[in-house]
Design a protein around this ligand. Structure first.
Ligand code: F6P
Length: 302
């Protein structure tokens, strides 16, 4: 038999663990593995490599993905090199899979990639989906790999902000990733002992935040740590940093909630407020042991 594998969407610590698990398990059963580069683009443009255990040696502790990835290329809405407009290349993609005699395609992805994969499965492509995201927000999945690593990174950042907040008697805001889900912010906020934890799932008001800060001040704590998920609504609106061209599943890049909150708190109080955006540091780095194990298990199971 011959299986293909590709990953789509944003990278995530543990992607290489899945790939390694797939290749090692497949090798024992004499299944050949074709690895496609840059997500679905690799299958559309036939950019791939046969993956042997030797080729994937040493990748378990590596962050990112050795296959590369993109959150732009959707076969139902695809613009290749030199194309002026988007077109549906899903039939060509399925024809490529058949010409390569792929018995199955293993797709490692988040909500956007899984929606595309579901549509391809409806058209007859045989697929196995492996859930992936640092956000931990995938339906029917208890925990995604990459989440633990992201929470570790975010907790470390909160610890570091604590010491400087205390020295300077400041309110320090930390904006964390998670699009519309507050898991990273909630877990890191609790683990790092943040004073205010703001997540999209729980509405809040500026008055609530001020009340908590003032309560702390009354007790002699003249600094506070606020963690906020990027998807939180500030005065009724999510803060959008940019539009993601060609990505119909995630049309907007979020970012700026922390800064918007900083401006409001500065205007309405005498507090000295600073904002830090942790950004893609949460997606990078070597996977934590838990994520290495979970991703390996997903790979072997797939
Ligand atoms: O879904 C994972 C994630 O890291 C989100 O938490 C974040 O909003 C988004 O991806 C950022 O994507 P990009 O790297 O494309 O800006």
């Amino acid at each position: 038999m011959r299986f293909g594998i590709l990953n789509g969407g944003g990278d995530c610590p543990g992607l290489n663990g899945v790939l390694r698990g797939v290749v090692k398990a497949a090798y024992q059963k004499n299944i050949e593995i074709y690895g496609f580069y840059q997500g679905y683009k690799g299958l559309i443009e036939l950019d791939y490599e046969v993956l042997t255990p030797k080729k994937i040696r040493g990748i378990l502790p590596k962050g990112g993905t050795v296959l590369g990835t993109t959150n732009r290329d959707n076969p139902f809405h695809y613009k290749g090199k030199g194309d002026n407009e988007y077109k549906d290349v899903s039939d060509a993609l399925i024809a490529n899979a058949s010409a390569l005699s792929l018995d199955c395609l293993i797709v490692v992805g988040g909500d956007g990639t899984m929606s595309i994969t579901h549509e391809l499965a409806m058209k007859g492509l045989k697929v196995v989906g492996v859930p992936k995201t640092i956000d931990n927000d995938l339906n029917s999945t208890d925990q995604t790999f990459g989440f633990e690593t992201a929470v570790n990174t975010a907790t470390d950042a909160i610890d570091k902000l604590h010491t400087t907040a205390e020295s300077h008697h400041r309110v320090m805001i930390l904006e964390l990733m998670g699009r519309d889900a507050g898991f990273i912010t909630l877990y890191a906020g609790i683990a790092g002992g943040a004073d205010v934890i703001l997540i999209p799932e729980i509405p809040f008001t500026i008055d609530n935040i001020m009340a908590k800060i003032n309560k702390r001040r009354a007790l002699g704590n003249d600094f506070s740590i606020i963690v906020i998920a990027e998807g939180c609504k500030i005065q009724g609106h999510q803060v959008v940093a940019a539009e993601n061209e060609g990505n119909e599943y995630n049309r907007y890049r979020l970012g700026g909630a922390g800064e918007a909150l900083r401006q409001i708190l500065t205007e309405i109080s005498d507090l000295e407020v600073r904002n830090t955006v942790l950004g893609h540091l949460q997606r990078g780095g070597s996977p934590a042991p838990f994520d290495r194990i979970l991703s390996s298990r997903y790979g072997v199971a797939a």
